[in-house]
Design a protein. Structure first.
Length: 228
């Protein structure tokens, strides 16, 4: 029992992650099932000049592992960076959910017929079936990729690992490009994700206010009750 108690105390910072994950998935699933028509169409002229390139489905799908690995790394190695990363990601994801709820949106960018038949177009077709062309603005794929790369670049622990920093940059850029090249997002979704990430960067990394709040909460948990 003592070991379980110690592990619970050591890893209790997983609780907000688990709770938010459940809330996010339930909310997003509801939107995917209900926002099927009568939504604001997102389209800009530049969308029509971006070619469909199915090979970019690979970095698009790698996004799931990228985000998970970054969160898990900081979860076990650096609680301050973990808190900053979660604050950055969760705030943007919540704004995305609110936007999708209050202003349902979608696009008509996907090809009606795949121009080729290969493994990559089959993966894209499967992705299209699993993910509706709605609830897009701002792009969470783009926003979270920026958030994860920022976390990697701001990490003191990873400062000396040049290969990881370069690899994160390449993957981040590839994922951002993939959202447009496999017609999952409009340029508008990508641009607004950059704007939101810029604002959140200032809020999360511009000062130590959030970290001070986090440490203040931690100290309250550690403080023992006084004996009168």
């Amino acid at each position: 029992m003592k070991i379980l108690k110690n592990n619970f105390i050591k890893y209790r910072h997983a609780i907000p992650l688990l709770i938010y994950g459940i809330i996010y998935m339930a909310w997003f699933s509801h939107l995917e099932q209900t926002v099927t028509s009568h939504y604001q169409l997102i389209h800009v002229a530049l969308d029509d000049h971006i070619p469909f390139c199915e090979v970019f489905v690979v970095p698009y799908l790698m996004w799931f592992a990228y985000v998970a690995l970054v969160i898990l790394y900081f979860f076990f190695r650096d609680k301050d960076d973990y808190f900053r990363t979660c604050a950055f990601l969760f705030t943007g994801m919540t704004i995305f959910l609110l936007v999708s709820t209050l202003w349902p949106n979608g696009h008509h960018l996907r090809p009606h017929i795949m121009p080729r038949d290969n493994l990559f177009t089959q993966l894209v077709a499967g992705l299209y079936q699993a993910d509706t062309p709605t609830n897009l603005w701002p792009s969470i794929h783009v926003y979270n990729s920026l958030g994860c790369h920022i976390a990697v670049m701001k990490s003191n622990r990873l400062r000396k690992y040049k290969g990881i920093r370069i690899g994160s940059f390449i993957l981040c850029v590839s994922i951002i490009m993939s959202t447009m090249l496999i017609k999952q997002h409009s340029v508008f979704d990508v641009a607004t994700a950059f704007i939101l990430a810029t604002i959140m960067y200032g809020a999360v990394y511009g000062s130590d206010a959030l970290i001070n709040v986090y440490h203040g909460m931690g100290n309250r948990h550690k403080r023992k009750p006084e004996i009168g």
